[in-house]
Design a binder for this molecule. Structure first.
Ligand code: GMT
Length: 380
């Protein structure tokens, strides 16, 4: 198949999933055309059957707000027409699905019929979709797509609770468990934890929804309880400064390292003992899956799609949102009980391999594309 994929190419879960999907589909023999405003950051290199089409945004004095959606539409039209694409896969409802729908209309005038699959990742429904200034466009873009997927049952149900009539297929996030696995990194661990301390890790884009400062609070309490621990905070975003401030305020800044945006994350996860995800909203929790694949038990909030990923008491612990006492108690248990930690670490890795490996999930997308293409060809 020749597949066009559009995503936000920057640091963020939806861009990672879209890029890894494109790479996995290319490895399975499909021809992938990424259409985005910059090269997706996880792409790494361009293979023979992976192409990148950059959306150029022209700046005219008249346009106070450059119409990116229309530049994207034109690029989609050209790519579908000249590369003879079979299907478009849009990650995130707006503006990607919206641009694809307009492109589909333009192409239909020329007798070219292109089916569109839209994948909902979360904030396009849980935050942006709730905004009245976007809601009609989000709903239209989902309802008019030829196929719609969501990354968890939770997100599917949330979406169906709004004015959405389209069917939604659940296809969860996935992970390359050959790349994300526990690597022997003793020297790195020694450098970060010189006195044999245990290591807590949090990876996010430091948006307020990630509640990064709560990780610092838990870390402080663990130190107060006498645990020899260190904390690594990976990623960057608007809340990094307040997390740094919190660490200084609590007097633990010297034991906390803010690493900023890092690739490859698996190197860092390989030396972690506990992964923290106290998010206020999370439709799936890709960063937690990456940790699990590296054999790291996850302590997370019991919200959104996280209970579909983290099995409470088996692969980690789930606590009520904002329950700093609960998170601390869970970490205390893991730090005190080596057998429990080992059991949860193995169960986490096993769950990632058995349920969410690339080779298990990507074929779902392939069969869904075929189903959507068949359905769309019948309606022409
Ligand atoms: O919140 C992020 O990290 C970015 C966001 C996105 O849309 O890029 O991530 C969402 O999509 C990921 C991939 O499907 C999910 O694993 C994340 O849970 C989801 N984030 C939220 O729902 C807050």
């Amino acid at each position: 198949m020749k597949i066009g994929i559009t995503c936000y190419p920057v640091y963020g879960g939806s861009g990672v999933v879209a890029t890894e999907l494109g790479k996995a589909l290319a490895a399975r023999g499909h021809c992938i055309h990424f259409i985005a405003y910059s090269m997706p950051f996880r792409l790494g290199h361009i293979a023979e059957n992976i192409r990148f089409h950059e959306v150029n945004v022209n700046v005219y004095p008249l346009f106070e707000y450059p119409p990116y959606t229309l530049n994207l539409t034109s690029k989609i039209v050209d790519t579908v027409k000249y590369e003879e694409l079979d299907i478009l896969h849009m990650h995130y409802a707006i503006p990607h699905a919206t641009s694809a729908l307009l492109a589909r209309q333009i192409l239909a005038k020329e007798g070219i019929h292109i089916p569109i699959v839209t994948t909902l990742h979360g904030t396009d429904i849980t935050i942006v979709g709730q905004d009245p200034s976007f809601a009609p466009v989000v709903n239209y873009s989902i309802n008019e797509s030829d196929g719609v997927t969501a990354v968890s049952d939770y997100l599917r149900n949330e979406t169906l609770d709004s004015d959405i009539e389209n069917d939604i297929e659940v296809i969860p996030n996935f992970i390359d468990t050959d790349r994300f696995k526990r690597l022997p990194r003793e020297h790195f661990k020694q450098a970060i934890c010189p006195n044999g301390e245990r290591l807590l890790v949090h990876v996010s884009n430091f948006r307020p929804v990630k509640r990064a400062a709560e990780v610092v609070d838990v870390f402080y309490r663990l130190q107060q309880m006498g645990h020899g621990v260190k904390l690594l905070l990976v990623g960057d975003g608007p809340d990094r400064t307040s997390a740094e401030h919190r660490a200084r305020e609590l007097g633990v800044y010297d034991d906390v390292r803010f690493l900023g945006k890092q690739e490859p994350v698996e190197e860092i996860l390989s030396i972690a003992d506990i992964f923290m995800m106290p998010s206020g909203s999370e439709t799936f929790g890709l960063a937690a899956l990456e940790a699990m694949a590296c054999g790291v038990p996850v302590i997370a909030s019991r919200i959104g799609g996280l209970p579909e990923l983290v099995k409470d008491g088996e692969t980690g612990f789930l606590c009520e949102l904002g329950d700093i006492d609960g998170y601390t108690e869970a970490a205390d248990r893991l730090l005190n009980d080596a057998k429990l930690h080992q059991r949860m670490a193995s169960a986490s890795r096993a769950r990632a391999v058995e349920e969410f490996d690339t080779d298990i999930i990507v074929p779902h997308y392939e069969s869904y594309y075929k189903q959507v293409m068949e359905r769309a060809s019948l309606s022409v």
